[in-house]
Design a protein around this ligand. Structure first.
Ligand code: SF4
Length: 444
């Protein structure tokens, strides 16, 4: 079976490409061209495609996508709890799910999640490699077997930390937070213990062969991503990025689809540079960023710090945002944290797409604003990113003012006499101007 990249390069438009084109209202030939150029990926394991995956595209010509990380830990693990989190993420609009489980039965958890996951599903195979094993017992065979096993299960994209090299480790000397990526830290430990190069780098061609066989998309991991504002855009981060650029080309030459992972903690003024340098070094491969978080001082609110960074990232060059939940740095998220994280990241993605003028994106804003100006609460709430929260708040306000939800012509925020929306509507009626509804009806 050929990969989407190989199909695109042969000049053919696949069913998955057609499906993405329909969903995003763009030309299927554009999707094909972008995949062939390595600027767009459709993470779609050929086996998952047969069991309910709805293909999704990730690239700059499409809307920015949002990933939700879920997964057990050694402290808390239950398949049911992870299913609940995945359902919460999907209900909130997550475009992809990553299972980062490190506790309990990893195979069973992954199998249960994949069985009901309609969106691209990713994992970090090195987490399973380390399960019940010390670094001293890990070798190339164990790593390849694990990657192949997960590919056979239908996983659509793998984070592969092949860019952390032995020669990068001395560059970490002056870091405040050192290595914060779990995969990066494990591989650094392995390299130091064995006094050898990163095994994922050394056997990269073998990994490519498995990825191409099932069309699992690479998510080239940034094992040295900055975990503190003070460490942002440092020598270690950029050195690894250069290796990721080289690996992007090598994987694409072998027919594999590739996206590249990025930071992390980055001050707002460095985000544009980070997006541009990745696009340059990695030849336009889709950039998948964690946040980025624009400050370190808001534990408990890191869905907000990351949404600020995510908006700038989406505007300047990222194609895929990994959400961050309010519980980041503090504990394993529950379903409500997952929901809050996805909504925050969806806001960032949409705000970025709106600002870069992506075709059709502003229409939803216009629809919501029109409904708001008409005091059409049903449409106002229905167009919102989180209708559940918006409706709850509106109902609470209606209770305060003693009005029925759909007919209320003001809310508790300003009160009836001060409701500028209601006053505007009256002014328009008096001046016979017609409101947004009337103008829309006239086609103006
Ligand atoms: S009362 Fe204030 S907040 Fe509420 S609908 Fe009117 S203008 Fe908007």
């Amino acid at each position: 079976m050929a990969t989407q990249l190989q199909i695109a390069r042969s000049g053919t438009v696949s069913d998955a490409m057609k499906s993405v084109a329909r969903a995003e209202n763009v030309d299927a030939e554009l999707i094909r061209d972008e995949i062939a150029a390595g600027r767009l990926v459709i993470p779609a394991n050929t086996l998952h495609l047969k069991t309910g995956l709805v293909p999704a595209g990730i690239g700059r010509v499409l809307t920015t996508k949002v990933n939700a990380n879920i997964g057990t830990s050694s402290v808390r693990s239950s398949v049911e709890a992870e299913l609940e989190k995945m359902r919460a993420a999907l209900a909130a609009g997550a475009d992809a799910i990553m299972d980062l489980s490190t506790g309990g039965d990893l195979d069973k958890t992954r199998e249960a999640l994949l069985a009901e996951c309609p969106v691209p599903f990713g994992t970090v195979p090195i987490y399973q490699v380390i399960e019940d094993r010390g670094v001293e017992d890990i070798d190339a065979g164990v790593i390849l077997e694990t990657i192949e096993k997960q590919a056979r299960q239908g996983v659509d994209f793998f984070t592969i930390h092949a860019g952390v090299l032995k020669e990068h480790l001395p560059l970490l000397e002056h870091r405040v937070a050192g290595i914060v990526s779990r995969g990066g830290a494990l591989l650094a430990q392995w390299m130091l213990h064995h006094d050898r190069q990163n095994p994922l780098y050394e056997m990269f061609d073998d990994v490519c062969q498995i990825m191409a066989q099932y069309d699992v998309c690479f998510s080239l991991g940034d094992g040295l991503r900055p975990g503190a504002i003070a460490d942002a855009t440092d020598e270690a981060q950029i050195a690894e990025l250069r290796t990721l650029g080289e690996l992007t080309q090598r994987a694409q030459e072998k027919g594999c689809q590739v996206m590249v992972e990025g930071p992390g903690h980055v001050p707002f003024d460095q985000i544009q540079y980070n997006m541009q340098i990745q696009q340059e070094i990695c030849h336009g491969a889709p950039f998948y960023v964690l946040g980025p978080l624009v400050t370190d001082i808001a534990p408990g609110y890191d869905h907000i710090t990351s949404a600020i960074g995510g908006t700038a990232a989406a505007f300047y060059g990222a194609s895929f945002l990994c959400y961050v939940t309010p519980r980041e740095h503090l504990g394993l998220p529950d379903a409500e944290d997952v929901r809050a994280g996805v909504i925050a990241s969806k806001i960032a993605a949409h705000a970025g797409d709106l600002a870069r003028g992506l075709k059709g994106v502003a229409e939803r804003d216009r629809r919501l604003s029109t409904a708001r100006a008409n005091l059409d609460w049903a449409a106002h709430l229905g167009e919102s990113l989180d209708p559940q929260t918006a409706e709850r708040m509106h109902n609470e306000a209606c209770r305060d003012i003693g009005e029925q939800g759909p007919s209320a012509d003001y809310c508790s925020m300003c009160g009836q006499a001060w409701c500028s929306v209601r006053i505007n509507r009256d002014i328009r009626r008096a001046a016979n101007l017609g409101g947004p509804k009337a103008r829309a009806a006239k086609g103006a």
